[in-house]
Design a protein around this ligand. Sequence first.
Ligand SMILES: [Zn+2]
Length: 474
Amino acid sequence: MPIRLYDSLTRSLRELQPGEKDGVFRFYNCGPTVYAPAHIGNFRTFVVNDVLRRLLELEFGPAKVKHVRNLTDVDDKTIRRSREERRPLEAVTKQWTDKFHADCDALNCLRPHVEPTATGHIQEQIDMIDVLMKKGNAYRAADGSVYFKVSSFDGYGRLSRVKERELQVGSALAGKSQAVDADEKEDATDFALWKAHKPDDGVNSWNSPWGTGRPGWHIECSAMSKKHLGETIDLHTGGVDLLFPHHENEIAQSECCNGTPFSRHWYHSEHLLVDGKKMSKSLGNLYTLDDLKAKGFSPLALRYALIAGHPRKQLNFTLESLHAAESALKKLQVIVTVFHDPKYRVAGNGTPSRLGEVLGHLRDDLNTPAALGSLFKLGHEISCGIGGGPTDADVATLDQILGVLGLEATKLNTLAAAPKAEAPDDIKALAEKRWAAKASKDFAAADTLRKELATAGWSMLDRKDGYSLEPLKK
Ligand SMILES: [Zn+2]
């Protein structure tokens, strides 16, 4: 069964196949702007893309997948941060690039094969703008900025279907005033390819045929994708927030410049909500990986929580979902241990693994929740010997699945072996009192003591034969 993935451009499920004769699958994923720590909403996109990359490598072979993800290291936000902190732009972007890498490593995301930066590709961006100017798809405003002329590209709006709505509004606005200021763009929908130098930019500007300035944001992906993957790529991905205008603009620039289709396939992962709301600083629900680590959660639990929902549906993240992810990882580790223990192994007589169904779910539009659901069901059955214990094929398939999910056995075992925090004596005494109250059916007292423990930052997990104490993650 080939990999089928939803294509945002044709709005249909389509097979993923390399388009070039060399059999290399060319995959571009829009990367972060490096001016602050990435939040868990950003990481949803990167983790989903990591699963996709791993699945592609399983399908086509690791040497036949080329993954490029850019770093936006010059834009309004990075420059503002550099100005506020009175540090060179490179110092700011290096700090946050390093942090992004450390977070990605902790989340077990593979590094892209090429990670180009906007500042490292100024000439490539100028070259593309130059072609667009010569072809009449771009114009220079009086202040030295260069804009893409949206009306020059008939295909504009194909991806986002905005043409009928927003574009009409834009044109109507522009049409009202015949005499548009010479230093402004000609149409409200046109977008900047080159931004003329402004005093706030400080030293962060480059020479160009149109005067000093810096590239607009959209052009960097067109230029870097062309340089590292060629004019037509197999797959372009990003979060759904990038669909318009960023990806629409990338298509316009690339296709007008190169005269060839830009990407054969477009894929967008959906938003992450936190506690049912959009993430925002003012709501206090904008978590970074460090925030969650400080609450005692492992990065692998976050990885699990981020793939527990369908990538094309909004996912509601809560701290409870992280607790659930930790429990799921523990159960998975038990299944993995049984599978890897030769004493439970049974002869398979060459039959394919029952776990093949799990990979089938991943190949079917990257349905991670269905894959996890069937992994637990079949994994539990096989490890319990229902329908026979694990065969060699089951073990091999389980390892492949864990590899694609980025939840390899070694990672799960390390997590399981991590030392647990020991409760102090006063907490142990409170727990003993509560256990006694519960045993004597004084549930009111037991409940009061449970609340006391929670206030002190501990939770008591009751079992039939006893209890355990765990630090409470807030
Ligand atoms: Zn991009």
